[in-house]
Design a protein around this ligand. Structure first.
Ligand code: ADP
Ligand code: MG
Length: 142
């Protein structure tokens, strides 16, 4: 299924993420691609809220993965932007997360494409400056 949602504010993107978090199921892995500053982390924060996570969610830039266990399901937030070598994924034991019973979201998933299972659900966020500075197109290929 391919679906596109357009937003014109960070709050709206957060809400799209929140709705996904409300309906997310155990074992799901979502990939999240798009340029720097497009809204991947805003989306992820919404998703965390939808999963019932009350903690503050920030991009795990220096740790690759941040684990949240206070919600309805475990939530594993990856940001692989600064990964130097794919081996780093093995070192953190990514398979336990990718093939576990929680929900994974992977910012910059295209950088680790060879590790992604074929069941991954793909989300891409794009800007379109002709439509305004705060316009975003969120494309789901689920
Ligand atoms: P990324 O994680 O993709 O690098 P962030 O989520 O950290 O991006 O930052 C997105 C930035 O874009 C924020 O400063 C946010 O306020 C701004 N922004 C403006 N319009 C939107 C929108 N429609 N959706 C999401 N973020 C938006
Ligand atoms: Mg980010």
């Amino acid at each position: 299924m391919k679906k596109t949602i357009e937003t014109t504010s960070p709050e709206e993107t957060f809400e799209v993420g929140r709705q996904l978090g409300l309906s997310a199921k155990p074992g799901e892995l979502y990939t999240l691609d798009g340029d720097l500053g497009v809204g991947k982390t805003v989306f992820t924060k919404g998703m965390a809220e939808g999963l019932g996570i009350m903690e503050h969610v920030n991009s795990p830039t220096f740790t690759i993965v941040q684990v949240y266990e206070s919600g309805r399901l475990p939530f594993y937030h990856f940001d692989v932007y600064r990964i130097g070598d794919i081996e780093e994924m093995d070192e953190i034991g990514y398979e336990d997360y990718f093939f576990g019973d929680g929900v994974c979201i992977v910012e910059w998933a295209e950088l680790i494409s060879e590790l992604l299972p074929s069941t991954a659900k793909k989300i891409t966020i794009e800007k379109d400056l002709e439509k305004g500075f705060d316009y975003r197109r969120i494309i789901f290929e689920l």
